[in-house]
Design a protein around this ligand. Sequence first.
Ligand code: ATP
Ligand code: MG
Length: 415
Amino acid sequence: MKQSKYFIKTVKDIAADEVAINAQLLTKAGYIDKLMAGVYSYLPLGVRVLNNIKQIVREEMEKVGGNEVLMPALQPKSLWSETGRWDEIKDVLFQFKGRGGTDMCLGPTHEENVVDIARKRVSSYKDLPFALFQIQDKFRNEPRAKNGLLRGREFSMKDLYSFHTDIEDLRTYYDKVKQAYLNMYERLGMPVIAVEASGGSFSKEFSHEFQTLTASGEDTVFHCSCGWAQNKEIAKVKKGAKCPACGDGVVMMSKGIEVGNIFKLNQKYSKTMNLMFTTAEGKQENVFMGCYGFGVSRAIGAIVEISHDKDGIIWPKNVTPFQVHLLSLGTDNKVLEEAEEVYKKLKKENIDVLYDDRDESVGVKLKEADLIGIPLRLIVSNKTNGLIEYKERASDDARKVAVDDVIKLVKKYYV
Ligand code: ATP
Ligand code: MG
């Protein structure tokens, strides 16, 4: 992609109320644009990052047998009244009237919707188990939407729902999804810990939150190096105490960003919404369910919070909008020809390259490249003498190499 033909408009001055680092950097670098508190547009670079994350999430959900669906954001009150949540969570529900005065809302989550789909189609134990997931925008009228992509009023979530004949099958599947989540974060380059949290009103068993530990997080987590971790909301320990799990380590306290949350819903929604199946013995029983949420847009915000420096963003390999940022410095014809040739070679090798071919000063180009944060940078200038400067965004070491060697280095970096 040639930058001269690509819509990246970096921004110098951003609104004073945009206090979160993730929002500041993503706005400055041209990934997102704020429409109002908690509501953002994704610009071309932002869409690339969003799609990269969605693709990894999709692959991991398919590995645990999830089938992708897409449920509507627009939903009738009648559905939400069945579970009592029309009133129970009305503070966060965007409620309004449609034509003819019909009450409607925008979906903040999709248990009601997915149970409605299931109850029209499940009748026997032979129809179970199955799992459905979607990647879709949720709407929540959050009281504090000041943290950029970390807390949106409209935000992207992946939600998976599983359906089982019994609690044992649910537990086995839950553990499988938990592992899939850990794989997903690993691929995304996001360090997380799995934290025990309240099972909600659904279950006496813990739910698990996936927390990225960072000072800018809203949650407080107690954890031990043995792997034990609990959210402060349920923990009965203090910082510095002996770990209740291993009895050996010392409990640490950290701030974290909740980037995922998985629950055993058991029969909560299948009871209130009458989702039944006939067992092998011919009895009627309520379906057991699990639900598994992942904050797609929050993950982008969390990555930027933990992976940046004073100059800009530093993207992990699998998330970066482009694999390589190629810069031509100077307007010398020789330089431009050389850079064009490198660009063509990279494309021929199927390397995803953003080529800054613009007529801008050296300073502007370098500064913007740092801000945008693509992990590998290649420079062609009249100082490189037919060679190419290769530099990783996170390192100060630059080296000059021949074109063919550059291709090898790039491929090695992205294996
Ligand atoms: P929180 O406690 O942070 O408000 P939640 O527990 O209400 O989140 P869930 O309903 O479990 O969130 O949603 C699943 C995932 O969706 C969360 O783990 C989080 O990553 C993401 N998420 C939830 N609310 C938001 C939001 N307002 N903006 C962006 N992502 C969100
Ligand atoms: Mg949660």
